[in-house]
Design a protein around this ligand. Structure first.
Ligand code: N01
Length: 503
């Protein structure tokens, strides 16, 4: 029997709900829609912000866009014939997610402002007790879709706290702040930096880009979708599906190079070098922008305007490391001091040390972060021994650098939904993965990662944890992930039927 979910905040009370989903980005929203589509209503979506959207709601920096084509970077069950560009910009993706929430009537399950402060498994009650900023929830199943690109990393640079000007992380952009004519410093040269730099360079007085490691950059083939094409998509949805499939296969082909045979990536490296050569005339600057690690080791970036922005007269690429930040300047290790009005931190996210892991406490009273002290482990990227009735979306080894995360998320949704339906069908109060299944999955990931460019490419990246293990990426073809996630591997789980005496 299902109960209508509490849509309003639950201050001061404990609400009993079947399922709580943490986060309303692509993963959390996708989970909610999956439940709705099969008639499950007994769930809440706990969202710390005031709207759905996750990382696409939060990353509003100028130039924010997706580097996977919109036709592929969308839910298969919610195609959008109205995409305006081949690669969508942040506002369009955020609007797509908002529309999906409306279309599938998810909003009445959302509890906004519900920052999860802790989630504790109560073994006697066989429930998760979830504390949020707006009240407590007692739930049978907890789905964490808190995201891997959710919590910004602030670098540990001496004096950063003493800076008197403005400091903005790309993921916490202040749209009110006017950069016109300012002396701006951008720290970092990853995917966020290469988008924000060309977007702000024309308006700022001067821009200094502090580069620790250069990125490989290939040309971007973005263009507006022609109106006749949009009409055709609406008239013939099959066409959009076919384009989606073609894009998927093309991108999947890339993984042969990355995961299997790095030599296949040589043509991509040549393309990136030619791109740099065409766009930057100054040989010294070109040399400073040339990576010394194998292409693909870090995420390959796509941009037509990053190099020209760096080569502009008001821009400077700073390769000397930062020694110290003072109230009005940045000092590099070569002793140069650059007066600075605003610092833009394009320094990434807590990916291998997910903050949510420190808040979820399992059966033995230990947090996920404690259990993961030597690196994130899971069974099927979704469950962890000692954490019954907990499912992780976009947790360990789900990330992909070459294709759409939405494809991976949908694969996970099938798995988690099958687990939930199995619990219902078998009348299980508790479902918990066996430690040996977790160990086998860890070995599978290690085996598939061996010899890949992510491990052997000679770079440090957020793909690897502090022990050098790949705990974030799925290291194989994504259709293999989908196959593995098609059904719950029931034999790898212990199930406790409802009504079993726990004493
Ligand atoms: O973050 P990053 P991001 N001192 O971690 C540097 C997705 N995304 O926000 O390489 C100096 O990649 C760091 O230097 P190094 C995408 O999945 C997608 O750019 O560690 N520098 C690096 O240059 C992406 O992978 C899109 O040496 C410091 C940068 O900061 C993920 O988000 C757009 C430093 C961080 O790069 C994260 O991308 C945007 C320090 N103390 C994001 N600490 C698209 O789809 C860090 N750095 C297009």
């Amino acid at each position: 029997e299902t109960q209508p979910a509490p849509a309003a905040a639950a201050t001061g009370t404990t609400r009993d709900v079947g399922i709580a989903i943490i986060g309303s980005g692509f993963a959390g929203l996708g989970m909610a829609i999956t439940l709705k589509r099969r008639g499950e209503e007994d769930f809440v979506l706990l969202e710390r912000a005031g709207d759905v959207g996750g990382t696409w709601r939060d990353n509003t920096y100028p130039g924010a866009a997706c580097d996977v084509q919109s036709n592929l970077y969308s839910f298969s069950f919610a195609p959008n014939p109205d995409w305006g560009r081949s690669y969508s910009e942040q506002p369009e993706i955020q609007a797509y997610l908002q529309a999906a929430a409306d279309r599938f009537d998810v909003r009445r399950h959302c509890v906004f402002g519900a920052d999860v402060t802790s989630a504790r498994w109560d073994d006697a009650a066989q429930r998760w007790l979830v504390s949020t900023a707006v009240g407590e929830f007692r739930v049978r199943v907890l789905v964490s879709a808190a995201g891997a690109l959710a919590d910004p990393t602030y670098p540990d640079i001496p004096g950063l706290g003493s800076f008197a000007g403005t400091v903005m992380h790309t993921a916490r952009w202040d749209a009110e702040h006017d950069l016109t004519g300012e002396r701006v410093a951008v720290i970092g040269t990853g995917a966020s930096a290469i988008q924000v730099v060309p977007a702000i360079q024309p308006v700022v007085g001067s821009i200094a880009v502090y580069q620790r490691t250069p990125s490989w950059v290939v040309p971007r083939t973005d263009h507006p979708v022609k109106p006749w094409m949009r009409r055709l998509y609406r008239f013939e949805p099959g066409l959009q599906k076919a384009i989606r499939a073609a894009l998927y296969l093309l991108r999947e082909f890339l993984v042969i190079g990355m995961a299997k045979q790095p030599r296949f990536l040589r043509p991509v490296a040549r393309l990136a070098k030619a791109h740099l050569h065409r766009q930057v005339r100054d040989p010294k600057l070109r040399a400073a922008l040339t990576p010394d690690y194998t292409i693909g080791c870090k995420r390959i970036l796509i941009s037509n305007d990053y190099f020209p922005a760096i080569a502009a007269p008001n821009a400077e690429l700073v390769t000397a490391g930062i020694a110290e930040i003072r109230p009005h300047s940045i000092i590099t290790k070569d002793g140069v001091e650059r007066p600075t009005d605003t610092i833009v931190l394009a320094t990434g996210f807590h990916v291998t040390d997910l903050p949510i892991a420190g808040k979820i406490r399992g059966r033995a009273g230990r947090t996920l972060a404690e259990v993961w002290a030597d690196g994130m482990v899971s069974n099927r990227s979704a469950t962890v021994a000692g954490f019954p009735n907990l499912f992780l979306l976009v947790g360990p080894n789900v990330g992909v650098g070459h294709t759409s995360m939405v494809y991976m998320i949908e694969s996970q949704l099938a798995y988690v939904d099958d687990a939930l339906q199995t619990m219902d069908a078998e009348g299980l109060a508790v479902l918990e993965t066996k430690p040996e299944a977790q160990e086998a999955y860890r070995e599978l990931i290690a085996e598939k990662s061996r010899g890949t460019v992510w491990l052997a490419g000679g770079c440090a990246s957020w793909y690897l944890d502090e022990h050098g293990h790949n705990t974030t990426l799925w290291p194989d073809f994504t259709f293999r992930f989908r196959k593995l996630m098609k059904k719950l591997d029931r034999e790898n789980y212990v199930g406790i039927p409802a009504g079993t005496d726990r004493t």
